[in-house]
Write a protein that binds this ligand. Structure first.
Ligand SMILES: [Zn+2]
Length: 282
């Protein structure tokens, strides 16, 4: 269902994200369209120290400054969209291991929701590909349940491409009655500019990277496309939102991250000209 975000997202909006660029990737156009910027709050769960992550861990060096750089990039991106810096909170939990902080995360999010008292909470999609996104979806829904939150919960989409599904996009399998669509073409340039603040993600931050985390092609796609949201309803759990292929989607959801990791490793090794023989002798 196509919606007017100004009418839909009245009042305080809380966006909970695992990583620094997620809020702009998934909701940047909606943020740009909303008039009440001072009522938009963003909670960043992780410290940002692990992305870009080494593809070949035994030879790729990492920078201790990456997390600080990404915090600065988030502030610059949100400033470009008009969200005040005092509305941004950084929980600094270890990136890639969010599920290990589950208990602390749930109680902290419950406290945050009670303090900010949002009318709407935007959270990661329940079948996102990234483990941190799934951990945060789980934590915020449990926090809302524990605090008897009465507002609207919606799921946003960061990783929605799935090569193991014929349509290639997991959102195509969600029953339309649960999906909200925000047209963002009037603010697509602004969203693109905000994404360009994430220099560590849109360039090869490390010399060993074969490509940026966020390619120019991806930035174009997410800036030009409408933003979709899944209306969360506790009575429609997990795969019940899909109108077909639910069993295969659950299987593909488990397989896709492992396949991607393997593909990325092989691509990295290939790019460095490391043959199998070289690796055996290293
Ligand atoms: Zn993320």
């Amino acid at each position: 269902m196509r919606i007017d975000p100004i009418g839909e997202f009245k009042g305080v909006v809380l966006i909970v994200v695992p990583h620094m660029d997620d809020a702009v990737l998934a909701c940047g156009g909606t943020i740009a369209l909303l008039p009440q910027k001072d009522q938009i709050h963003v909670v960043y769960a992780t410290d940002g120290n692990a992305s870009p992550a080494p593809l070949v861990p035994w030879c790729d060096s990492v920078s201790p400054d990456l997390g600080d750089i990404r915090v600065r990039e988030s502030k610059a991106a949100m400033s470009h969209l008009g969200v005040p810096e005092e509305n941004l909170e950084f929980l600094s939990l270890p990136e890639g291991k969010l599920d290990r902080s589950n208990k602390w995360l749930i109680s902290t999010l419950q406290e945050t929701v009670e303090r900010i008292n949002p009318s709407h909470i935007l959270m990661p999609f329940r079948y996102d590909r990234h483990a941190d996104h799934l951990a945060l979806n789980n934590a915020i829904t449990l926090a809302c349940k524990a605090g008897d939150y009465q507002g609207n919960l919606l799921e946003y989409f960061v990783y929605y491409r799935c090569r193991l599904l014929p349509a290639g996009d997991i959102r195509a399998y969600i029953h339309p009655q649960y999906l909200l669509e925000v047209r963002t073409e009037d603010v697509s340039a602004r969203k693109r500019e905000a994404l360009e603040r994430f220099e560590s993600q849109i360039t090869r931050f490390y010399a060993w990277q074969t490509r940026p985390n966020l390619t120019s092609q991806l930035l174009d796609e997410v800036s030009r496309s409408p933003e979709l949201f899944l209306r969360y309803d506790a009575s429609v759990p997990g795969p019940a939102v899909f109108d077909r292929w639910a069993t295969w989607i659950r299987l593909a959801h488990r397989l896709e991250p492992a396949l991607k990791k393997r593909k990325d490793l092989l691509a990295a090794l290939w790019a460095r000209g490391l043959s199998r023989k070289d690796r055996m002798s290293a």
